[in-house]
Design a protein around this ligand. Structure first.
Ligand code: FE2
Length: 135
């Protein structure tokens, strides 16, 4: 189960592709923790990890877009910002209410839908541009 990396997800920039692989692995770790009843513990770990990692990953990706003159930069950045906001909202809720199973399910869902959709559509689009631009 989980999301398996496949070559069609690659954007052709090693740094970004390896960050995407790491994100998918972390998501898969949450899924398998859920299957063995340890979802809450893994969610706490995942949120700590995402804190730094996602900001670094998005800023690496955005920098690449700016330096290559990518025309979809503004819209792409909005997607990133929206994702960070959603992660923050879950963290905020957990901080005020304590962590519960529904947080695990929400995060699972959010990662599954957002991550796969974003990488396979929005980031792959960037990859096409970069290949065409010869970056
Ligand atoms: Fe992206």
């Amino acid at each position: 189960m989980g999301i398996q990396w496949r070559d069609s997800l690659a954007i052709g920039v090693e740094l970004i592709d390896s960050q995407h692989k790491e994100l998918l692995q972390r998501f898969n770790a949450l899924l398998s923790a859920c299957e063995s009843g340890k979802g809450i513990d893994e969610l706490k770990r995942l949120l700590v990890f995402l804190d730094d990692y996602i900001v670094k990953h998005f800023s690496d990706e955005e920098q690449l877009q700016r330096t290559s003159g990518y025309p979809g930069y503004e819209a792409h950045k909005k997607e990133h910002d929206g994702f960070i906001e959603r992660v923050m909202a879950v963290k905020h809720e957990i901080n005020s209410e304590g962590v519960a199973v529904h947080h695990v399910m929400e995060t699972n869902n959010m990662l599954l839908k957002w991550l796969l959709n974003h990488i396979s559509k929005v980031d792959v689009e960037l990859g096409k541009f970069l290949r065409g631009a010869g970056v």
